[in-house]
Design a binder for this molecule. Structure first.
Ligand code: C2E
Ligand code: CA
Ligand code: CA
Length: 631
């Protein structure tokens, strides 16, 4: 029998205090009456003892009932047992005394009936603990049995035999009731235990042992229900960076162990009453009370640092990055839905800002998201609806002042939103994959325009990493060139360093194949990323474009100047063109030319213009040349 079942059975001894009190008072009143009517000294004594036992039992039962939890099962059972057995014994003694003293037949009947009824009744009442019940029955009948034998009259001998038969009969009944009671309690307990296990299981993530989505929801609702005025709750939504790649590369068992390790680390750093859950694949949520915004910031950086700490799995050293979005209640949302939605938004921003960051929600994020969603929905149709066009910005030879290249820059003229900047919709196109279609469209159209220009003017097209990694990327470029009739040597593809961050061989293949037919490559926005010289050496670049933040803008100074000098020098050594981007004034043009840059691009020369204006710029240049020649 399990401890829990035993405890429930012991508690049945206490659960009907009314029957106990009625029984006790009945015995006390009857024996008091017998003592009073007989005037016998010893009956007064035993009655007083019985009364004392009854009172102390009633008091102790009350205290056990009000503080059940603080008593052990054994203590409760023992205490009841002592009271019950002594009460039964004294009651039996009083009945035997009454019989022995031969006071009057009705008093005999009163006491014997009292004792016997008590004995039989108690067997039913206390069947949960049969030893106690049968002990009580035995003790209450034993003195009467003995006196009956002692007095030896025929009716009393019959009474003694009756009692003797009563014992096994009651024992069998009591044990039967006990078994039924025990088995049904056990069954109820087992199913309750099972139900509890299922409930816990349904709320737990099997891989990490943390709460799962259902568990989190439950906990969040509970915490929100008990929130007090002025209390602040924080929801940290964490997403492991590039977990999918790790999982694919090292296999799911390793992936699971990483998740488990992350869970352990979260358990170690999260506050004591925090809800920690795995919300799906590689997303975790911590939900807890914080004193203020500062504390949530501290906690975020603690969590971040803990996750980023290298881990060892199967002897392999792994570094897992994580992005975290944080929303606070009540500042960022009043209910669970708003809080989750805003933490998710903040997480999204953390990821877009380059991952491995914590980001707190702020109201502008919602507005950004709405606009982003609209752009996302409309971008697919922008091409078909002819809302996109390509503008061209000249890149000038700083030596001769002539146009060497036109960089194709996409423009979106939205019927309601007006002109949209590529900085706003290109990232959306990258995220949704539309960039592949869009990129092919741009290359094809730009190549057609470039085919109309003089042969020595080249075309530069920007490529997103995703475009290059898409299947058939090389073919897209080659087709565009063939359809436009543009010689591959007149095409230059601008790529940024972000392309090399997740190198998987596709990039190298793409660049090699196109280089082989004469297409050239420019490293765009140099200086803003990792600026590793390794890429310049490894890949066939013919041009480096120094980012405009080094040329114009608030950060320009001695350091940027020195960098431009160094890059220009490198360019001349490696026989690469160095383009200074963002030239806006004649002063900047002079300064980069003196630094050694060979090419320049910027508003000082021209903004990006539509194709017919680009053609006009070229014609104008040609006209100037002829004028010079004539002059
Ligand atoms: P980017 O490749 O660095 O392009 C140069 C950006 O600098 C262009 O902005 C251009 O208008 C701007 N710019 C040129 N001269 C100056 C100047 O003197 N001062 C200032 N302040 N800015 C100047 P745009 O057209 O808004 O393009 C922004 C970015 O969007 C581009 O940066 C490029 O990364 C991306 N992008 C544009 N068109 C395409 C495209 O067709 N395909 C892809 N994949 N990306 C594109
Ligand atoms: Ca560019
Ligand atoms: Ca650039």
């Amino acid at each position: 029998m399990s401890e829990r079942v035993r405890r429930i059975l012991v508690r049945t001894l206490y659960t009907q205090p009314a029957s106990l009190i009625i029984g006790a008072l009945n015995g006390v009143a009857s024996s008091g009456l017998v003592a009073f009517l007989s005037g016998e000294f010893w009956l007064y004594v035993t009655s007083a003892i019985l009364c004392g036992i009854a009172v102390s039992r009633i008091i102790s039962v009350r205290s056990y009932l009000s503080e059940t939890r603080s008593y052990t099962t054994r203590a409760m059972e023992l205490s009841y047992e002592k009271g019950a057995l002594s009460y039964a014994a004294i009651l039996g003694v009083i009945a035997a005394q009454t019989l022995l003293l031969d006071i009057s037949a009705p008093l005999d009947v009163l006491m014997i009936a009292n004792a016997m009824c008590y004995g039989v009744g108690i067997c039913a009442r206390n069947a949960g603990r049969p030893a106690i019940a049968l002990g009580q029955l035995g003790l209450v009948v034993l003195p009467i049995f003995c006196v009956s034998l002692y007095l030896g009259s025929l009716p009393l001998l019959f009474l003694a035999v009756n009692m003797l038969l009563l014992l096994p009969a009651m024992a069998s009944i009591t044990l039967n009731v006990f078994k039924v009671l025990r088995d049904s309690i056990s069954a109820a307990e087992t199913s309750a235990e099972l139900a509890e296990k299922m409930r816990v299981l349904a709320r737990t993530d099997v891989v990490t042992g943390l709460a799962n989505r259902a568990g989190l929801n439950q906990d969040v609702i509970e915490k929100l229900m008990h929130i007090e005025d002025g209390q602040m709750l924080a929801l940290f939504w964490m997403d492991l960076d590039r977990f999918k790649e790790v999982n694919d590369l090292l296999g799911h068992p390793v992936g699971d162990r990483i998740l488990l390790e992350v869970a352990n680390r979260l358990n170690a750093v999260a506050p004591q009453h925090a809800t920690i859950s795995r919300f799906g694949g590689d997303e975790f949520i911590i939900f807890c009370e914080v004193a203020d915004r500062k504390e949530s910031e501290r906690l975020a950086s603690k969590v971040h640092a803990e996750i980023m700490r290298p881990m060892r799995i199967d002897g392999e050293r792994l570094e897992i990055g994580a992005s975290i979005g944080i929303a606070l209640l009540p500042d960022d949302g009043g209910d669970a839905d708003a809080l989750m939605q805003n933490a998710d938004l903040a997480l999204y921003h953390a990821k877009v800002n380059g991952r491995r960051q914590s980001c707190f929600y702020d109201a502008t994020m919602s507005r950004d998201l709405v606009r982003r969603r609209e752009i996302e929905a409309e971008l697919r149709y922008a091409i078909v609806k002819d809302e996109l066009s390509i503008f061209f910005q000249p890149i000038i030879d700083l030596e001769t002042g002539r146009i060497k290249t036109f960089e194709a820059l996409v423009r979106w003229f939205h019927p309601e939103k007006g002109e949209l900047k590529p900085d706003e919709f290109i990232p959306v196109a990258e995220e949704t994959g539309v960039i592949v279609t869009l990129g092919n469209w741009i290359t094809a159209h730009a190549a057609k325009a470039a085919a109309q220009w003089p042969d020595d003017v080249t075309l530069a097209v920007n490529l997103s990493p995703l475009q290059i990694k898409a299947p058939g990327a090389t073919l897209g470029i080659i087709n565009a060139l063939r359809e436009a009739g543009l010689d591959p040597s007149r095409l230059e593809l601008e790529v940024t360093e972000s392309l090399f961050l997740e190198d998987n061989g596709a990039t190298e293949h793409f660049m090699k194949e196109l280089s082989a037919i004469g297409v050239r490559f420019a490293l765009d926005d140099f200086g803003t990323g990792y600026s590793s010289l390794g890429y310049i050496q490894k890949y066939p670049f013919s041009k480096i474009k120094v980012d405009r933040s080094f040329v114009s803008g608030p950060n320009v100074g001695k350091t940027t100047d020195a960098i431009i000098h160094a890059v220009a020098e490198l360019g001349s050594k490696l026989e690469m063109d160095i383009v200074a981007e963002g030239l806006e004034t004649i002063g900047q043009v002079r300064s980069v030319r003196e630094a050694g840059c060979t090419l320049g691009q910027g508003f000082y020369f021209s903004r990006a213009v539509p194709d017919y204006l680009a053609a006009m710029l070229l014609a104008q240049e040609d006209g100037d040349m002829q004028k010079h020649a004539v002059g």
